[in-house]
Structures are given as structure tokens and as C-alpha cells.
Design a protein around this ligand. Sequence first.
Ligand code: NAD
Length: 295
Amino acid sequence: MTARIIDGNALSARVRGEIAVRAAALTARGVQPCLAVMLVGADPASAVYVRNKVTACEKAGIRSLRFDYPQDADPAEVMSRLAALNADPAVHGILVQLPLPPQFDEAAVLEAIDIRKDVDGFHAENVGRLSQNRESFIPCTPHGVMKMLETVDVKVAGTEAVVIGRSNIVGKPMAMLLTNAGATVTVCHSRTRDLAFHTRRADILVTAIGKPRFVTGDMIKPGAVVIDVGINRLKDGPDAGKLCGDVDFESAKEVAGVITPVPGGVGPMTITMLLENTVISAERAASARDLAAGK
Ligand code: NAD
């Protein structure tokens, strides 16, 4: 059996097209969606992520503002910019690219963002709302995974889902979303004793580990849906320098029913969901404005 492959690039292009239509409709109402992106320091990967986010905004008709700070930036200066962006009604989304340099208290910075503009969904209040299955901004990567499951018609309710990884940005919100959708969820991590025991039971397996080709075909239940969030660069061997996921795609695709590739799987969906969250925020702002004007 060879698994059906979910094409994250194609899905992303389709969803971004829908987002561009919503952005244009908002702009016609006088509310152009706007995302402010803050980059502190000179981490090369962060610089690439920020550039990709800004370019994706432009293509979708979303205005973007970019604020760059040096590695030795004064946290007070960044916090003061955040306060100004919170107060600016023309700004609908605020994103602080992580990681931040050591002089910053990351949690304090994330919590300084107005929760109505927290399009990354990392503010503790948004995390709490997600855990209670209430309206919130959903972190972009796990949100993208749910969108992928939806488009391939995977019925999540009643399934056994296993998430490998317990980070705040992927593993934990992923587990919450799957729980909210009715799956029975097991979260595995670096201290899990018998990983394969859990993965072999999974109807839906999501990997967010950061270890190249770590999950092999023999760890997968036949017919399972395998979503690979990992993005790793191979250091040696014939494929040195190439990107790969946490899943050994070649062996896994012979066992799984549905699988995502790396690159071209979950990766493009992350920025897509950031654009969607920004548009959602702008739609809420436009409705609030109309309500206040008695429209
Ligand atoms: P992280 O380092 O914060 O978390 C990794 C998790 O893997 C930890 O919870 C750890 O307990 C677990 N883990 C480590 N070794 C393990 C082992 N041997 N067995 C079981 N669990 C183990 O990483 P993260 O930020 O959650 O990212 C995970 C991966 O996803 C990385 O490759 C990252 O690049 C990628 N990522 C991709 C996107 C995207 O847009 N597709 C977004 C965010 C992260």
C-alpha cells in the first residue's frame, strides 16, 4: 500500500486565495488587514521566517509593518513599541518572532500583546481559552494541521491520536485541538518509555520532535494518518544539506494511509494560518467599528 500524500503547497495556495478575497473585501470596507512583525537579533532562520511572512502578507493584500531590533536591544524599547501597536486601531495582528535574546523575558513579551491582536495564539489567555474550547487565536502550525485533516476528510472524533512533542508552540496546542475535536489523545515526549508502543496504536500520528527521519514505517499503524511537523536539515549521508521531517517518509508511506511530505507539507500551512488569523482579527475589528457606528 502506498499512502495518499497531502500536498501542503496546493492546499496552502487554495486557502491563501480565499484569504486574499476576504482581505480585499475588508479593504473595500476601509479596513485593510495589517500585521506588525517584530524581529529582535540576527538569527538567520528567524530573518528568513520574517521575510517569508512579510512577502506572504503582500501577496494576500495584507499590509505588513516590520520592526527590526539588534541582538542587544533594550527590552523596554521593544515593550514600548508593543504598547504603541496595541493602541493603534489600524494594526490587527502583532507577531514577535521567537526566540528572543537572553535579556528578554519571553513570556512577559508575549503577554504584553493585546489578546485581540495575538495572531500567533501564544498569549497565556489565548492558550487558556483554547484549552477550554472557547474562541481564541489558535497557534498557526497546529491550526494548519487541523485544516489539513479537514481537507482530506479525516474524521477525528473517536480516533486514537498520538502527538510526539510537548512544546508550547506545536505539541501542546496540537493535543488540545485534537482533544477538542473528539480524539483520544496521547502526548509523547523525550521521557516517554516505549514510544513505538504508543505510535503503533495511533490512527492519527503527529510528529513535532526535531529529529530527522526518527519515526520509521515499523512504528506506524497500517492505514494511519501521519502528519509530519518536523523540519530538519540532514547533516550527513547522501542527502546531506537537504530538508526532511521527523518521519522516515520512504518507509512510512508504505504503511500509512495518508501522509504529509517535508518539505511541502505542514510548513506552508503555518504562514497561511497566520494570514487567516490576521484577517479574522481585522474582520472582528471591522464588525466592532460598524456596531459602534450603529450600522
Ligand atoms: P521543541 O524542541 O520545542 O520540542 C521538541 C519535542 O520533541 C519536545 O517536547 C521533546 O520532548 C520531544 N522529543 C525530543 N526527543 C524525543 C524523543 N527521542 N522521543 C520522543 N519525543 C522527543 O520543538 P518544536 O518547536 O515543537 O518543533 C518541533 C519540530 O517541528 C522541529 O523540527 C521544528 O523545526 C518543527 N516546526 C515546524 C513548523 C512548521 O511550520 N512546519 C513550525 C514549528 C516547528
